[in-house]
Design a protein around this ligand. Structure first.
Ligand code: TGC
Ligand code: FAD
Length: 385
């Protein structure tokens, strides 16, 4: 495994075990089948249960609720290994862990924790997270989805767009404004009257992941389905911090898979009577890829240490998500060139990673939004508005 700066030495036993077990699972159960699912534009739903069995859902959620009870570095390493397989599968794991289990654990009542978390951890339930709307992506504070208080229940109306896993999800954590304009999180269950989740078709990216809408037409939400412990836009933004952190690690996995594929190919493929890896231009590409991967690994690990100590800031997370996803996309593009014509073939994983990363650089805050988050931190002047 690519580890040029012996980062392995900085990990504890639990973190290494989490990483290595996930690596073995992805190598055995994901790598051999994922290209075919992506080509068919189909999600490998048989893996949901296995992800639960492998502890890939909620690794950092306490064990009393079915989670793994591990630290954030172990969580990051798991995301890295899952994304070495496919960004769409990492999406499934990070949405479940950071955007569904995390808010239920952090903002939920004890009844909600007990009711949902063990089933989400085991893979019996799959969840999704509804923040983005057709008219409000980068600016979720403009959300139109709303709740009307009807006594012992709320009426939910509105729509969410681009929601990972929504067509197959058992529950959705949905963010909506109440009559006092406060953002609240509610748990919407599959089968509630007036709730539908149509699939979005024709994606050229994350093809092994299902994406859809969430449509609410006078959906009755019992009051016990409201997340009681926090309201305001800060609540979903805290969830995004957790997911963005996982993506900062995950992107490294995609980059390593592209780099290792290109390195191996460059040693086998001969042109002008020598391996293409022997040409200086190929060596420049490989050297720069390895350098950028190593810098991203160090950034992720230091961020993980800060997170474990409760010191990671949102802006530090934005910097790592932004840097590491861009790094992975650049590595994928360079790797694709090293493979020449074979670079576009499904025989190799590079083009799939590259297309996936075009979503990863947009979701969880676009590349430019993260730049503006950094700019606001540096100057004290938010440039979003
Ligand atoms: P702003 O006025 O700055 O803040 C509103 C309130 O939130 C608080 N806050 C935070 N709290 C916790 N954590 C954070 N990171 C926070 N950032 C802000 C803030 O203190 C304030 O609290 P209060 O009590 O004063 O109300 O908000 P803004 O409207 O100016 O927006 C700022 C901006 C642009 C950075 C934010 O809207 C943003 O991040 N936009 C990007 C949207 C986004 O990332 N969407 C992702 C949707 S989910 C997704 O993509 C899943 S992909 C699936 C997968 O992962 O696989
Ligand atoms: P827009 O906000 O319309 O942005 C378009 C362009 O304008 C971008 O380049 C952006 O950077 C730029 N821009 C916007 N505002 C500014 C500004 N102030 N200054 C400069 N430039 C600006 N969302 C969920 O809630 N849950 C999910 O599970 C989920 N899964 C997703 C899965 C996929 C495959 C995809 C593609 C998206 C998913 N999303 C999800 C939505 C994702 O978070 C949004 O696509 C993203 O936040 C950007 O919003 P948008 O697409 O509406 O783009």
């Amino acid at each position: 495994m690519t580890d040029f700066y012996n980062i392995d030495d900085l990990l504890n036993e639990e973190q290494k075990i989490a990483r290595d077990a996930t690596n073995a699972f992805i190598t055995k159960d994901v790598k051999p089948i994922i290209e075919e699912f992506a080509q068919k534009s189909e999600a490998p739903q048989h893996l949901i249960q296995k992800f639960g069995e492998m502890g890939l859902f909620g690794p950092a959620i306490p064990t009393e609720y079915g989670g793994g009870g591990m630290d954030d570095i172990a969580y990051g390493l798991i995301m890295q290994e899952v994304e070495r397989g496919d960004s769409g599968l990492r999406s499934m794991a990070s949405v479940q862990s950071s955007l569904v289990m995390y808010p239920i654990y952090t903002f939920g009542s004890d009844e909600q924790r007990k009711k949902y978390l063990p089933k989400l951890a085991s893979g019996e339930y799959l969840g999704c997270f509804g923040l983005t709307e057709p008219n409000h992506g980068s600016n979720p504070s403009g959300m139109e989805t709303h709740l009307i208080d009807k006594g012992d229940y709320y009426l939910l109306n509105g729509a969410k767009m681009w929601i990972t896993n929504s067509p197959i999800a058992d529950i959705a954590v949905v963010w909506a404004r109440d009559e006092n304009k406060r953002v609240k999180g509610v748990i919407v269950e599959k089968g509630m009257a007036g709730f539908t989740a149509p699939e979005i078709h024709n994606k050229w990216s994350l093809r092994a992941s299902i994406t859809g809408e969430l449509v609410f037409d006078n959906v009755k939400i019992p009051k016990e389905n409201v997340l009681p412990k926090k309201d305001g836009l800060g609540a979903p933004l805290m969830c995004l911090d957790s997911a963005r952190y996982g993506i900062a690690w995950g992107a490294i996995g995609a980059a390593i898979d592209c780099y290792e594929t290109a390195r191996d190919y460059s040693l086998e493929r001969k042109q002008f009577d020598k391996p293409i890896g022997g040409f200086q231009l190929t060596q420049k590409k490989l050297s720069e890829m390895l350098t950028e991967i190593t810098k991203a690994q160090l950034l992720a690990l230091r961020l993980g240490q800060l997170k474990v100590n409760g010191k990671a800031t949102s802006t530090q997370i934005s910097m790592a998500k932004r840097n590491n996803v861009e790094m992975a996309l650049k590595v994928a593009r360079e790797a694709r060139q090293i493979l020449g014509g074979m670079g576009i073939s499904g025989e190799y994983p590079i083009m799939r990673h590259m297309m996936n990363l075009e979503s990863v650089i947009t979701y969880e805050g676009t590349h430019d939004i993260h730049l503006l988050i950094l700019g606001a931190d540096i100057t004290g002047i938010p440039a979003f508005k």
